[in-house]
Design a protein around this ligand. Sequence first.
Ligand code: HEM
Length: 446
Amino acid sequence: GHVMELFLPFYPRNPNSPPLIRGWIPWFGAAFQFGKAPLKFIEQARIKYGPVFTVYILGNRLTFVTETENVLEFLKSKETDLDEAVQQAIQRTVSISKESFHQNRSMFFKLMVQQLNSSNLHQFSETLCEEFHEHVEHLGKEGTEDLSDLVRRIVCPTVMKTLFGKSFCPITEEFERHFQNYDEGFELGSQMPEFFLRNWAKSKAWLLNVFERIATDIKKDKSSESGSKTLIQHVLDNLHGNGASGYLLLLFWASQINALSGAFWTLAFILSNPSVYKNIMEDIGSVYGKAGEAKIEVFEDDLKKLPLIKQCILEALRLAAPGSIIRKALKPLKVQNFVIPPGDFLMASPYWLHRNPKYFPEPEVFKPDRWEEETLKKNAFLDGYLVFGGGKHRCPGRWFALMEIHMLVIILLYKYQFTLLDPMPKQVTANCILHCQYLDLFSLDT
Ligand code: HEM
């Protein structure tokens, strides 16, 4: 077997395998291109190699699937697997051992699905609303700031307190610094040993330490025994073995990163579309009365009365879909006329797929009304919409995320008049900076 392996690279390529892109010597060049400019990367590779192609990186074969229909197929297939695809990345990014991963994996996922189910959201809405108000309060009467910083300062602690419990929020400036550094290196950190990423590894260790302390504190805390448990208490109660800090960091990261960018882009698109902004203000006024006057209580049921905001969220997430979808092929898998060999990582980019004119006519245009009310009422998404992944492992936090962004938009726009000071970029990019000015509507009036 070993002799065969040694010579394998010299064998002629299986004619049924997709075209192979070799010689990407700085392999993390590919990682960077995909992370920061997925469109360009996929566009260029598609022109050269066609809709299915494999990139060989550090001993791994990443097979990119760029047609929506093929992606929907492999997401449904029993011959592909998520756990196999992410186990090593999880070990590298949050130090959960292989053993612990396999021991706790299905419990963790089931718990998320149960707890974050759409019929269960009411248990979070009160804390969310209260905490949003508290952190929005810090903005004061007026100011000018980078919109993404503004969103982060409000959303991070709010979500943390909602999922972890009010007395277990460690967010300080130091925490934010480490978390930002950790997030920026996350993609690379998931692909290479941390030995090569000293600075990133330091922040990771710092964060794990904090979450270890939180886990201990939460376990010691008896106050919840009478009341209802937080999401994290459920996780801690059911976890086997050590390594609680890894699960806490993983959940913290998963619950923050995509929702932050979603909230940022939703606000950016609303503020840069005057007629949409105006209609939303009229809707908010019809539900809560004259803007700015009171500290409004936003209930989960209210959200249904403000469908335009939800349409804007879904549409912003379509254009600014973060991340990639990844599975591993367990058996030879047919995609178009190719056979993908077992062991290949299957990669799909929602950002790319959401620009398919067959599913989304005029794909680059922000059009909230492509989301009809019927679709919203059924709690369904449009065909070809993959921002939350697909198949049985799609994002269990999706309803929570939509509710959270919905509430934030209502509370911010009710209280303040916003103006974007920078032009919107022609195309959505990571780390976009948009300054905004905000003015308390109540003091404007009086
Ligand atoms: C706009 C916000 C969000 C987006 C775009 C998003 C997107 C995704 C995607 C694409 C996946 C992978 C699904 C797949 O492979 O099919 C995922 C997984 C996951 N998400 Fe989200 N997510 C968001 C918010 C959240 C929130 C708020 C939470 C928690 C409260 C959360 C918790 C998770 C968890 C735990 C997983 C892993 C599920 C597993 O164990 O397999 N997400 N998310």
